[in-house]
Design a protein. Sequence first.
Length: 212
Amino acid sequence: MTRDKVMDIIKKTGVIAVLRAGSADECEKLAEAAVQGGIQAIEITMTVPGAADVIARLSGKYSDNGAAVIGAGTVLDPETARLCILAGASFIVSPALNIETIRLCNRYVIAVVPGIMTVTEAVTALEYGCSVLKLFPSNAYGPAIIKSFQGPLPQAGFIPTGGVSLKNADEWIRAGAAAIGTGSDLTNCGGDYSIVTKNAQAFMKAVANARI
């Protein structure tokens, strides 16, 4: 799948499921539940034990049939990005701005979403070809920050992550977010994965309603 197609799916879906788990098995169950709830963009964080193997299995399960795109999150350096790409990751997400990671992804034409906190970081990311940026941690700002960023940078898209919940997802979308990233508010289920599916459905509904 091309880089542009992956980004189109992320924007259209409007929600990235950011998955952190104590085991590979738990992570895969969370992913399955999120996909069942309608989320088509799944981010496996590198804090998950055996994350690369999880990415490989989920990519084989979902990416090939188009049910979801599987990416890697909490990618701190180009070495980790390369490992994830080889495992089958369709997109790479970083919590910070690392130029070498962006260059590596550009080399292999893989979608990359770097984390930014300032206008300077946003401009630097744009200069290296990243049109969609991760606003992290978004709970340090608030939805109004998107308008502030897009004043001088109307060409940039932003994905707030960190503190995005069902209570404020619609606010972020109405503020102009290209999509949202959500983790614990989606996955906190106490082992009942049907709750994750219900949460995913609720997030998808909130985004769809906010876009009307």
